[in-house]
Design a protein around this ligand. Structure first.
Ligand SMILES: NC(=O)c1ccc[n+]([C@@H]2O[C@H](COP(=O)([O-])OP(=O)(O)OC[C@H]3O[C@@H](n4cnc5c(N)ncnc54)[C@H](O)[C@@H]3O)[C@@H](O)[C@H]2O)c1
Ligand SMILES: O=C(O)C(=O)C[C@]1(C(=O)O)C=C[C@@H](O)C=C1
Length: 360
């Protein structure tokens, strides 16, 4: 492998294989950071769209990348990593696939002589939407990016993949491929299936029932709208770890069904939910900040949102997260400001003093 001074060199030129949601987002983030990005895809249209968005240019003939980022559907990650290792004999090769043991096994079986240059990766950021048009340069900002070296991985390659993550604005988190797959079964794959099972109860429900859909059901089901082909491949690739967790859930479900009329037993289940939510780390992997939602009615006029944000900023409160819903009966937006619990009461008072309609 060519010598790389990872403190000072750029990480590119970078070849992104697969110009969908993830690949185009990586291309946009790297291009914004000044890297040279070459993009390829089995669908030329996606390359044209990604290039049009500013994610790089089509892979030139005879190109020699320093880094290849494989961003294709899970079932073909292994084969594309193997192809990249053979086609670019000096490049570090990584991928953004959602499971990590499976592609490594494919590399070890097909091209063991090249395995040192392969370092798996997985940004914990995405969307229920697919394709280049859903991409964003800021998709990875502040998100964890798993970097999953194996015992034979070259140290220089690991550093390059960490720099890929930080250049995209993410926070690298080192795990073995096996640790990673167990972790995402819990934090991504099980949540996805629970969302799917909940959403499936809505299919075919009476319109009168569905008309009562509020923010709760939208929160729980957003990811159930994802591409089923992508998720079929993700779950099959991590079936062992996912099955273990589903067995635990089945045990809890059976207990819950038997205890629905027992307030004390039910409270134990509900509190365990609170405990689980409190375990989710805060932004940038830091301590979880207890958050409270301050809901403000905002007239549906141009400039009102900007005025609200200006006032929140003048009051000195940091917005941790944000959601906008629509009042079903009136021409107003309901803006949910997620702020640190300790700031919520003061923010409500200060916004009311500035004549905003705050929900109490
Ligand atoms: N969607 C998410 O939220 C998310 C988040 C993190 C990681 N991932 C992982 O990222 C990878 C890509 O997912 P996505 O959401 O960007 O999917 P996507 O469908 O948006 O994009 C995949 C792209 O790969 C192209 N492609 C398919 N086979 C190819 C091949 N053999 N060679 C070159 N291009 C090929 C497709 O044409 C498409 O443009 C997956 O492995 C997925 O597990 C997805
Ligand atoms: O936020 C979403 O929509 C996602 O689906 C993102 C998410 C996740 O579960 O966090 C989904 C799958 C990927 O492998 C990584 C990220």
């Amino acid at each position: 492998m060519a010598h790389r001074d990872t403190e000072h060199d750029l990480i590119g030129p970078v070849h992104v294989v697969g110009a969908g949601l993830l690949g185009t987002s990586v291309g946009l983030a790297l291009s914004r950071a000044g890297e040279t990005v070459w993009v390829s895809d089995v669908h030329d249209d996606n390359v044209r769209t990604a290039a049009g968005l500013g994610a790089g240019v089509a892979l030139p003939e005879g190109a020699e990348p320093a880094l290849v980022v494989v961003a294709v559907p899970p079932s073909v990650v292994g084969v594309e990593v193997v192809r990249a290792l053979s086609a670019a004999p000096r490049a570090v090769v990584t991928d953004v696939g959602s499971v990590k043991a499976q592609p490594l096994a494919e590399v070890l079986s097909a091209v063991p002589e090249h395995v040192a240059r392969y370092v798996g990766g997985h940004p914990m950021a995405g969307s229920e939407r697919s394709g280049p048009l859903a991409a964003s340069a800021s998709l990875f900002e502040g998100r964890p990016w798993a970097v999953t070296p194996h015992p034979r991985a070259e140290e220089g390659g690991v550093r390059v993949v960490e720099r890929l993550a930080t250049t995209c604005g993410a926070v690298p988190v080192a795990l073995t491929p096996e640790q990673h797959d167990r972790a995402v079964a819990r934090t991504s794959h099980l949540p996805h299936l629970m969302s799917v099972l909940t959403a499936a109860r809505l299919a075919g429900a009476e319109p009168a029932e569905l008309s009562l859909s509020g923010q709760g059901v939208r929160d729980v089901t957003r990811i159930a709208a994802s591409d089923p082909v992508l998720w079929q491949q993700i779950i099959v690739g991590n079936a062992g770890s996912v099955r273990e967790l589903l067995v635990d859930v089945r045990r809890d479900l059976d207990a819950l069904i038997g205890e629905l009329d027992d307030p004390a037993a039910l409270a134990v289940h509900l509190r365990r939910g609170n405990d689980g939510v409190a375990e989710i780390p805060g932004k940038h992997g830091g301590e979880a900040v207890p958050v409270e939602v301050v809901t403000v009615s905002v007239p549906d006029h141009p400039g009102e949102l900007a005025r609200l944000f200006g006032d929140v900023s003048a009051i000195g409160t940091n917005i941790e997260d944000l959601r906008i819903d629509h009042d079903p009966g009136r021409p107003v937006g309901l803006v949910e400001l997620h702020v640190a619990q300790r700031s919520a009461a003061g923010l409500r008072d200060a916004l009311e003093a500035r004549h905003w309609a705050v929900q109490r």
